[in-house]
Design a protein around this ligand. Structure first.
Ligand SMILES: CC(C)(COP(=O)(O)OP(=O)(O)OC[C@H]1O[C@@H](n2cnc3c(N)ncnc32)[C@H](O)[C@@H]1OP(=O)(O)O)[C@@H](O)C(=O)NCCC(=O)NCCS
Length: 336
């Protein structure tokens, strides 16, 4: 199948050109196309997403309930086909409710086979996606693009997308020692309390993460609500999230930082770091990360970290603790 994809001249087939994605027909070829177009920068998560797509495609139609219930984006989007083969793709995922923009959609896996580039195929796929989201009454479309991928950013700018923030993604796997206790935290870190919700919301939405996006999704107001019922709900859903906060020593009603710890598997967690840009003290900027790296409970865990890019003090600590930067991802958005 892959060899045939490299042939630019093919006999026309019914269904060629632009069409809505049909999972049973297209999913396996989309997985192959995405694998080909993104292979150089793909991380372990990306590779397992491709394998999952192929698995779902092979067992189709038995797997359609999985798409309906759990992976709606795998079945939604647009493809461009030539000679019966998918040579272009743009997938669409419901993006949830952004705190001030309302409901919207996420675009992912925008890819055009190398033999067919610069012919306007990605533009057509994206325009169809934007029209689809308008019809669904979505108010925005968002995506993440590698900060170094200026070609794709040009494409998105032509369509009305603007970049608003760049986030650094770091990962650390395997066994690592704790951060040296000689550099013990001098800043006070504690668990979030219910009375912190308003100050945490203020920090995240108004200072630390101006786009209100985290790991490619909007930070919905419901995620910031604490309380027993919400915690029980998350636990029943197999999620566990801990929020650690860095209070402002000079202003009790203000937080300077928050670290979200989402358990994502056995001895694996996803960390989201939110820091007040006005916090200048290097130890202060490093203190939440230091807290988790110093914590015996997380010794040897695999950790993925998302934080605003080019934060020298945080990046210095991440590097010293054995993290590797996988991407700088520019967040882009188009308002409809
Ligand atoms: C990015 C990608 C999808 C573009 O597909 P495409 O079909 O070639 O794009 P289009 O022909 O529709 O390009 C439309 C416009 O976008 C811009 N553009 C697209 N690719 C570009 C590039 N490599 N360099 C500079 N500008 C580019 C140009 O303004 C172009 O208009 P022009 O050709 O008249 O100058 C394709 O190069 C690809 O699959 N890349 C690898 C995967 C990837 O990076 N995907 C994006 C992930 S967020």
């Amino acid at each position: 199948m892959t060899a045939a994809l490299t042939q630019p001249h093919r006999t026309a087939q019914p269904g060629d050109g632009l069409s809505r994605t049909k999972p049973g027909r297209d999913l396996f070829q989309i997985a192959e196309l995405v694998e080909k177009c993104f292979s150089s920068g793909m991380d372990a998560g990306g590779r397992s997403a491709i394998q999952e797509m192929k698995f779902i495609a092979r067992l189709w139609p038995l797997t359609w309930p999985l798409i309906i219930l759990d992976r709606p984006g795998l079945g939604t989007g647009f493809v461009w086909r030539i000679g019966g083969h998918v040579i272009g793709n743009a997938s669409l995922y419901p993006g949830g409710a952004h705190p001030w923009l309302g409901p919207g959609w996420l675009v992912a896996n925008v890819a055009v086979h190398p033999d067919y580039r610069r012919q306007g195929i990605a533009l057509s796929l994206m325009r169809a996606g934007i029209e689809f989201v308008r019809e669904q009454r979505g108010r925005w479309i968002a995506l993440q693009v590698d900060a170094a991928n200026t070609g794709a950013q040009e494409l998105y700018k032509k369509l009305g997308f603007t970049g608003y923030e760049t986030l650094g993604i770091w990962e650390r796997t395997g066994l690592h020692q704790l951060v040296s206790s000689a550099d013990a935290n001098t800043w006070h870190i504690r668990s979030r309390r219910s009375q912190d919700i308003a100050t945490e919301t203020d920090l995240i939405y108004n200072r630390a993460r101006l786009g209100a996006m985290n790991w490619g999704h909007p930070i919905e107001r419901s995620q910031l609500q604490g309380g027993l019922l919400s915690d029980i709900g998350k636990l029943l859903g197999g999620q566990y999230q801990d929020h650690r906060v860095l209070p402002d020593p000079d202003r009790p009603n203000r937080l300077l930082g928050v670290l979200w710890i989402d358990m994502s598997g056995w001895h694996a967690a996803r960390l989201s770091l939110f820091l007040d840009p006005d916090l200048r003290d290097p130890d202060g900027r490093q203190s939440l990360l230091r807290w988790i790296l110093d914590n015996h409970a997380f010794e040897g865990w695999s950790l993925r970290l998302e934080t605003v890019a080019e934060d020298n003090h945080v990046e210095e600590m991440a590097q010293a603790a054995g993290f590797r930067k996988t991407h700088n991802l520019t967040q882009m958005r188009c308002l409809l």
